[in-house]
Design a protein around this ligand. Sequence first.
Ligand SMILES: [Ca+2]
Ligand SMILES: [Ca+2]
Length: 194
Amino acid sequence: MKSGMRNCLLVVLLAMALCAPARADTIINFDELPQYAPVTDQYQDLGVTFGTDAVDALVNIIVTNGSIAVSQPNILAAAFDMSDGVISFSFAPAVLSVSFTAVSVENGVTVEYFDDQGATSGTVGVGPTGDYFAQVEFSYTNPQLIGSVLITAEEMLGPDPFGIDDLSFVVPEPATLGLLVIGAIVIRRRRPRR
Ligand SMILES: [Ca+2]
Ligand SMILES: [Ca+2]
């Protein structure tokens, strides 16, 4: 293939990849589960499993609390732990972006994102808010894909548990991934041979 044609094909493929619609957000509000239900694989069909991540395996619970839930009545709250409150989950397949709201984070919260190989791809957090009703929105997008998330807040389960609500994520369309792979192959073939 001539160089000009390859350039043209590359531009077209990249444009198609950028314009291809990613699958609409999947949103989980935890509101259909009963009070204190352990949350593990109930949302596996939607592509997310709770209590697993690249670092640890933990069990979380659903807590009903009308005052701190973003969507009523439930939040996903950290299970009993004598030190930190920890919530973790993993995606299969890996996702392009993830967002959620952390609730009741008066002592601050840290969020660590891992790629689909289990390597840390980003860490963000907020310090103590001093507000028992504080809600903090987190949103993260990574072209390397996100395989799992680990959320830690410095508080144990109590009357106003740390938790998250309205978890949403975007899974890449297979067509988008295919175009990106084809684009990568074209780019590799364009490299001059030595
Ligand atoms: Ca909810
Ligand atoms: Ca709290």
